[in-house]
Design a protein around this ligand. Structure first.
Ligand code: F0G
Length: 448
């Protein structure tokens, strides 16, 4: 049962099969090139695409648009202090703005930065500072079929192996991403958060949490980690951060807004430096590239994210979609993560070799079959990386109903039934940077 009802609606339409065929061909078999109005169910991302509450909309009207010292900034600082426990906050236009501000302060050329798994913008900002990002995902994450609970964990052994290799002096920062978006949205346990913090302390590094989906992570800890059954999500959320020196946050995820982000920290010197960098790239440090109303909505959303039953319903809905797909024998990464279901396209299209992008074939097939837009996270998005060809179906928060989920599951089932009819794809046009090719490249079905 849902604890909310719709107060505002947005019409969506399923274009005819002929229109969908034409649209995907026109888009060069790349769903980033589709017009959103040609999409029926949009699962491209959960970032900034959710539905705000009546309280958040009311807060937007209250937004204080003062250039400096706005009341809305104070409200955000209070919310960050109450919900996350950090004294200092620097608002930014979104998560990657926070990465630019914080890592610009903390990193130097030649540094090496371990993370359970870097999200692509985090990786890019670390590289942009002349440092080297290294992923240390837990070995359990490699098995898509094991139902283990915290497959998003940081591999502490891999962390120490890295210290052996490059020396502790090269590692000024250890990062932990909760939940782990690059590993199928899998959560990180409180024990692992503690262990990663100890690892960072042991090598005299700062411990930074990428907090985008912190409330979803707290939910998983409550559900699956011994000793937390009777602890509230709000208390767990705060405990997650007790061990961290700083965080980067995309408000477009667990602060339930369409735009916004921030960096937060405990150290006053880091705060002072971050503010200077924010002025350069984001705006005066009490607005950070946002309007007062955006900041106000983010302050309210942050509190809502840890207030029952929001996050429980949110993660359960993602699980429900995972169950609907599994019941139809669609291969999904197990267990389902916090924000998305990840489909194994390599298994669905086992007749299509990796170099012909089975993941992208699946993304196009879901659109053609049911107007559903997902995103490829395999060979097309990460060229040459040794990873399975997964397709992510990310659910926007508080947006779609069970009928929509059924349509998604039926669409995937129909694709499975005709999987043998699909050919692979090849790239016919691509931008200069290989790392960014999935956003704009054009493809065509492989010619026989
Ligand atoms: N860190 C993680 C773990 C993310 O998932 C994202 C965004 C960011 C940082 C950057 O935040 O978009 O506000 O600049 N992830 C989105 C996604 C884009 O689709 O997963 P941002």
């Amino acid at each position: 049962m849902r604890s909310y009802k719709a107060k505002m609606v947005e019409p969506i339409e399923l274009p005819s099969r002929e229109e969908r065929e034409a649209a995907i061909e026109e888009a060069g078999y790349n769903v980033f090139n589709l017009d959103a109005r040609d999409v029926y169910i949009d699962l491209l991302t959960d970032s900034g695409t959710g539905t705000m509450s009546a309280d958040q909309w009311a807060a937007m009207i209250r937004g204080d648009e003062a250039y400096a010292g706005s009341r809305s900034f104070n409200n955000l600082a209070d919310a960050v202090r109450d919900v996350m426990g950090f004294e200092y906050v620097v608002p930014t236009h979104q998560g990657r703005g926070a990465e630019n501000v914080l890592y610009g302060v903390l990193l130097e050329e030649g540094d090496v930065i371990p993370n359970n798994s870097h999200f692509d913008t985090t990786r890019a900002h670390i590289v942009n500072q002349g440092a080297e990002p290294v992923d240390c995902p837990s070995p359990a994450s490699r098995d898509p079929n094991s139902n283990e609970s915290f497959k998003g964990n940081f591999d502490i052994d891999a962390g120490y192996a890295l210290v052996e290799e490059v020396g502790a002096d090269s590692i000024p920062v250890v990062v932990l991403t909760i939940t782990n978006n690059s590993v199928a949205g899998q959560p990180v346990s409180m024990a692992n958060i503690r262990a990663t913090a100890e690892f960072a302390r042991d090598i005299d590094a700062m411990f930074v949490i990428d907090a985008c989906r912190f409330a979803e992570n707290a939910h998983f800890i409550k559900q699956h980690e011994a000793g937390y059954e009777d602890t509230s999500v709000a208390e767990i959320a705060r405990e997650q951060f007790e061990h961290a020196d700083a965080i980067t946050m995309s408000g477009k995820k667990d602060a339930l807004v369409n735009i916004g982000g921030f960096a937060a920290m405990r150290d006053e010197t880091v705060f002072e430096h971050a503010k200077q960098r924010a002025i350069l790239f984001e705006g005066f440090p009490t607005y950070g590239g946002l309007s007062g109303r955006d900041i106000e909505a983010m302050a309210v959303g942050l509190r809502e994210a840890v207030t029952p039953p929001y996050v429980h319903e949110r993660v359960e809905q993602v699980g429900e979609l995972g169950d609907m797909l599994s019941e139809r024998d669609v291969p999904v990464y197990l267990p389902t993560g916090g924000h998305a279901v990840y489909l194994d396209a390599g298994e669905i299209f086992s007749h299509i070799p990796k170099e012909h992008f089975p993941g992208q074939v699946l993304v196009c097939a879901l659109y053609r079959e049911g107007g559903v837009r997902g995103v490829e996270l395999g060979e097309f998005a990460f060229p040459g990386a040794d990873r399975p060809d997964l397709v992510r179906l990310a659910l926007p928060r508080r947006t779609y109903s069970r009928e929509h989920l059924e349509h998604i599951a039926e669409t995937a089932e129909a694709v499975m039934e005709s999987a043998h009819e699909y050919d692979g794809l090849e790239i016919v046009e691509e931008p200069p940077m290989k790392e960014l090719r999935h956003f704009s490249a054009k493809l065509e079905p492989v010619s026989e």
